[in-house]
Design a protein around this ligand. Structure first.
Ligand code: F0G
Length: 456
């Protein structure tokens, strides 16, 4: 097979600011070993997130110019609405400024004390919005999804046996909804199979529980179904996407991922009464229902991006580029999550830096080492992000110590990716010199964004 090429040409470029290890060492210490506190000009390859960091196409930029900024009834809204309807098959489309705004509106109405939201895995802001409403979030990912280095085709699946058992033991009246996150971001960007979505739908229908899809990476998930699930190999992406959404009563989406937009999101629904309540809240918090916190030009960019993301040449390149780097690392003995997910490479920091105890944040130490060695920025998904303290102020560590290198869409080329893998392998070969960290200042919630640390 020939090399899979980037399915685009580059018309406009942004410079990378080069710096050396000495400079980065100073920058890192000034940022208190927290890469969120770095100036992004000091980062050479930024893999902090794939959210809002995509390169837009020339068609999207052209759309920006025809964006209509009317307060009400803008034609850009109607193009946006049509794009979302074509994908989801859901009639009601409510624009929001990003994914978490759609979640906040939906959960404020459906959540509250005593309610429960069940998911394969809730993303951290999704969980935070559920808990903020007073409700509880429960993750029920399948067993394979809990084992980072053991490959399986659909590690993002929801554990349907656990769901059924939970309902049989606790009833279903208090379950606000089941949410399937595609792909499963916090679980390694792993896909969910159509069979699993269908089965979850059947259980939900049986017990009268609404099923929602957290659709941030819907197209990447559909491509995995096409590649890995029997019966889908000859279906088009739009057919697969339509079937995925056909099982759900609603969807929330961050257009900052699989819509190639720098900002935006939406809530799609079938239930008119619920939609009326959501729109009322939208008007207070986001804006009028035909713009919902977005400019007409953003609506236009999203409408176009949602179609572009289902192009199979793009998806082949996208999924292959993540697989390519994962393979290179795995071949060099680096402990990576297997198989490759849809949008990011996840390193197993507990194994990578086995000499650093979890109390010294091996994930964050690895994040710092990658910045120092190669100017690469990524994020810890481990005890700095999810760790809690017990009554004696001892750390209760997270279940996994991962480092996520999220690949922005259409931004970096193969040589950037080669460079990243070279840096990781070099750091791996010198790993014994890396030291642990301690926290010297932290906020009571979501501490990873602002914590200050010190090298031990
Ligand atoms: N759901 C999932 C699965 C996400 O990955 C995100 C964002 C959101 C919801 C919230 O969307 O940022 O538009 O409000 N994930 C980003 C990330 C931030 O880096 O993974 P948002």
């Amino acid at each position: 097979m020939k090399t899979i090429i980037e399915p685009f040409r580059i018309k406009s470029v942004e410079p990378i600011h080069f710096n050396d290890e000495k400079y980065r060492s100073q920058a890192l210490s000034e940022a208190y070993y927290n890469t969120f506190l770095l100036h992004s000009d000091d980062v050479m390859i930024d893999l902090l997130t794939d959210s809002g960091t995509s390169a837009m196409s020339s068609a999207q930029w052209a759309g920006i110019m025809i964006g209509d900024e009317s307060y009400a009834g803008s034609p850009s809204f109607y193009r946006f609405e049509k794009s979302v309807q074509d994908i989801t098959g859901m009639e009601i489309v409510i624009p929001t400024h990003q994914g978490r705004a759609a979640e906040k509106i939906l959960f404020s109405i459906t959540g509250g004390k005593g309610k429960v939201f069940i998911s394969n895995t809730l993303f951290d802001t999704t969980r935070a919005n559920i808990e903020f409403s007073g409700a509880e979030g429960i993750d029920m990912v399948c067993e394979e999804g809990k084992k980072p280095t053991i490959p399986a085709p659909f590690k993002g699946n929801l554990d349907t046996t656990a769901l059924r058992n939970y309902i049989e033991q606790n009833g279903s009246d208090h379950i606000a909804m089941v949410i399937i996150t595609v792909t499963n971001n916090s679980g390694g960007g792993q896909p969910v199979s159509m069979a699993n979505i269908r089965e979850t739908h059947q259980i939900c229908k049986e017990y009268n529980v609404p099923l929602y899809i957290d659709a941030c990476r819907f197209s990447e998930n559909a491509y995995f179904i096409k590649l890995r699930e029997k019966g889908y190999e000859n279906k088009s992406i739009i057919e697969i996407v339509n079937e995925m959404f056909s099982y759900a009563q609603g969807a929330t989406m961050s257009a900052k991922k699989d819509a190639f937009a720098n900002i935006g999101g939406f809530l799609a629904l079938r239930n008119k009464d619920l939609a009326t309540k959501c729109r009322n809240l939208l008007i207070i918090t986001e804006g009028f229902p035909t713009y919902g916190g977005l400019a007409g030009r953003d609506l236009e960019a999203i409408a176009i991006g949602l179609k572009e993301v289902m192009d199979e040449h793009y998806l082949q390149y996208r999924i292959r580029s993540i697989e390519y780097i994962t393979q290179k690392l795995s071949d060099a003995g680096v402990p990576v999550m297997l198989p490759a997910g849809g949008h990011a490479v996840y390193l197993d920091a507990k194994q990578f830096l086995s000499h650093i105890p979890v109390e010294q944040y091996p994930g964050q130490a690895l994040v710092c080492a990658l910045y120092l060695k190669g100017g690469i920025r990524c994020v810890e998904i481990g005890s700095l992000m999810f760790g809690k303290y017990d009554v004696k102020h001892q750390l209760v560590p997270a279940s996994l110590e991962l480092v996520r290198l999220a690949i922005p869409r259409r931004v970096y080329t193969q040589s950037h990716i080669d460079y990243v893998s070279e840096v990781i392998i070099e750091v791996y070969n010198d790993r014994h010199q890396i030291k642990g960290l301690e926290i010297i200042e932290e906020a009571p919630i979501l501490r990873h964004f602002t914590a200050k640390l010190r090298q031990l």
